[in-house]
Each structure stands twice: as C-alpha cells, then as structure tokens.
Design a protein around this ligand. Structure first.
Ligand code: PLP
Length: 395
C-alpha cells in the first residue's frame, strides 16, 4: 500500500485492489479448508485454513497497513481477538484495565482469566496517577478503551503507553469506537490494537468479526501461534465482508460523525435529557486529549434520561433507530447499556461506573440527521414527567 496516499484513498487502492491471477476487482473468497501440496518436501504457502487462508491474509495485511502496524490477525469476533490476545499472559500475571471497559471484556477478565490465575485491577484510566499506583511488579498488560463504552471517557494513549513501557508492560488498546480512520494507537505507543470489526469496520450489521494488529515481530509470532493454537479464526466469506465494509469506512464515519455532533447538540438543550456525553464537545473533560490523539469525535454518544420508565417511554416512541445491542452500522442503533452491553455487570458495579438505569447509547448511522432529530423530538415529548400517566386524551 502506497503510504504517501491519504487514508481515504488507501482504503480503496491497496495491495489487494485486484486479484493478480484474474484481474478481478475484489479479493477472491478462498472457501477451502485445505490446500493440495505438490511435494511433501516443499509444502506450499498455505496448508490448512486455520493456519492460513488467502482471503484472511488479505484482510490481515490490509488492517495492519491501515493501523500503521506490521502484522494483522483476523478472529471470529471482537471477543475472540481480545481473549486470544490475553493468552499472551501466563499464570500469576496481572492486568491493569479501564473500569468502564466493554461488558464482554469485563466478563473475560473477571470470570475467565481469574480461573487461570491471571489477576486484574480496574482503574480510572483517565487518571494517570491511579494507573501508576495500580501497576504491580507482576503487571504485564495495561488495557485501554478510548473513548470508553458507554460513557466516552478519554484516556491519553501516549501517556499510558509510556508509563506501561517504563514498567515493562504491554499496552493493549481497544480501537473499536474510532477505527484507524480516526485514531492510530500504534503511532501513540500501543503494542496491540484490538477491534470488534463487527462495528464500524465492517459497518453493515451483517458480520461478527475481530481484528488484532501489532508492530513487533516477536509479538506477531506469539499472537500468530495463539491464533492457530486457539483456532478462533474468521472464515473466508466473513473476511471478504469485512474487506468490503472497509472500502467505505472513511465516508461512513465522516457522515455519521457530522450527524452525531448535530444530534448531541440537539439533545443538550432538551429539558428531558439530563446529560449528554460526546467527546466532540469542548466541555467534555477529555476533549483536548481526544482531539490531540484522534482525527474526530466519532459517531457514538450517550445521554441520560431520568430513569428506566423514561427510557421505556422514549424507546417505545422512537421510530428510526434500531433498538439493539451493537454500534457502528449504517443504520442508527440505540442501545440500553444497563440491559444490553453491560447486562453481565452486577448492578452495583454498573452504577459505580455511571451506567445508570436512565443511560442510553446512540450510534449514529447514515440517515438524514434532521429526520433523526425530528424522531427524537417526538419520542422525548412522550416521556412522562410524572410517574402516573395522567389524563391522556384519546386512545
Ligand atoms: C462489540 C465490542 C467488543 C466485542 O466484539 P464482538 O465482535 O461483539 O465480539 C469489544 N469491544 C468493544 C468496544 C465493542 O464495542
């Protein structure tokens, strides 16, 4: 991939822009589990698709190049990429991790890794002093998610990576919310970049996929070994879907981010909305760090209504967004973290992290923003001020 071209152009004109065999302007889907060997003394490049597949390799090379890394790995889901990367650790190691991390990562850390003797400390990653205090002699990984899910807290990737490196720890960054279109953690010092490619990277709510990128040969060897040993690889057809989604990443994210800013601004002035979280606002506590380390605020925002009853009223009357788990799609997705992404987190842990019963997360899609705002206006006006639905006319 020609590095001097812009990211936008490189999404389309990569090493894999056409098939060298046929000229086909789409990466061929090699739907094969095994590969014929001409000679057992000189095995071919591919032998078995868990260990290597040409379609997967095209995706892995593409994401590595886009992230500014040297090696990419494609997995069956974001959680498969994250869990396999944690297998780089050993018994008695320790992880320092963002306290408002994705619910599935929280579950992996708390309920799975502990069974294998891998300990953890949840910290407020925005507080560098708290991170430094949490690092122990056996800490091997500092795990960042920025902007975090669902409250969009911002961690200074460069500062935390530097601190981690000084203590001999690796830095993992979950870059799902930003994608390399907006943020390149490796350039800021991260060692492993992780993605749920299910979200913005693939972008069309039609595939579950995960990616990991590293920039170091030793780590690449270890992660490649684990990918093959663990075996949670992404199938060829799904790799192709992710490659296709990637082509429009820049323009999807640009459009959705502009709309997100408009919607977030609209929400801040509505009396039924108690709070809006969006790193594009200068009033956001992480705004300056975020604008330093990324190319834009992205297309996800959160906002707080009064309580669960308000959420129920509001979501019932909303017409356009899909009410669902997930984010980063062409259609806007409204989710309710307390019952969806963070349902696996105990209520008291959830409340401690600010994920209250009135919190909603919106991932803005490609609808016309004015249509969305009109839809929000109608639904918000249906939210009852009083617990009792008094004197409703009609019916
Ligand atoms: C969805 C998500 C994951 C998990 O990815 P899957 O593809 O669902 O396994 C991890 N991190 C973040 C930030 C996510 O949004």
């Amino acid at each position: 991939m020609t590095e001097q071209h812009s990211f936008q152009t490189r999404l389309l004109h990569s090493k894999h822009k056409f098939d060298p065999e046929t000229g086909a302007v789409s990466v061929p889907i090699q739907q094969a589990s095994t590969f014929h060997q001409q000679d057992f003394d000189q095995p071919g490049k591919y032998d078995y698709s868990r260990s290597g597949n040409p379609t997967r390799e095209a995706l892995e090379e593409t994401i590595a190049s886009l992230e500014g890394g040297s090696y990419g790995f494609a997995f069956a889901s974001g959680m498969a990429a994250i869990s396999t990367s944690f297998m780089l650790l050993s018994q008695d190691d320790h992880v320092v991790i963002s306290e408002d991390v994705y619910g599935g990562t929280f579950r992996m850390i708390r309920d799975v890794l502990t069974k294998f003797g891998i300990d953890h400390s949840f910290v407020n990653m925005t507080d560098l002093h708290a991170v430094a205090t949490a690092i122990k002699p056996n800490t091997k990984v500092v795990y960042i998610e920025t902007p975090s899910n669902p409250l969009l807290n911002i961690t200074d990737i460069r500062a935390v990576s530097k601190l981690a490196k000084a203590h001999g720890c690796l830095t993992f960054v979950d870059n799902t919310f930003m994608t390399p279109a907006l943020q390149k953690p490796i350039e800021l010092g991260a060692d492993v970049v992780l993605h749920s490619a299910t979200k913005f990277i693939a972008g069309h709510s039609d595939v579950v996929a995960g990616l990991a990128v590293v920039n170091n040969e030793r780590l690449a060897d270890q992660l490649g070994f684990l990918q093959n040993a663990f075996g949670s690889i992404l199938g060829a057809h799904d790799c192709w879907l992710v490659l296709r989604g990637l082509k429009t990443l820049h323009c999807r994210l640009k459009q959705s981010s502009e709309s997100a800013f408009k919607i977030a601004s609209y929400l801040t002035q509505h009396p039924k909305v108690e709070e809006v979280y969006y790193p594009g606002f200068t009033s956001h506590p992480g705004a300056s760090t975020h604008s330093y380390q990324s190319g834009g605020p992205g297309a996800v925002l959160s906002f707080r209504l009064k309580d669960e009853a308000a959420v129920k009223d509001f979501s019932k009357h909303l017409e356009i967004p899909v009410f669902a788990v997930s984010l980063g799609a062409v259609e806007s997705i409204l989710s309710y973290p307390a019952r969806m992404s963070h349902a696996s987190m105990p209520r008291e842990e959830r409340l401690k992290r600010g994920i209250t019963d009135g919190l909603l997360r919106l991932s803005v899609g490609l609808e016309q923003p004015e249509d969305l705002i009109r839809d929000f206006e109608t639904a918000l006006n249906q939210v009852e001020d009083l617990p009792l639905a008094a004197a409703k006319v009609g019916g």
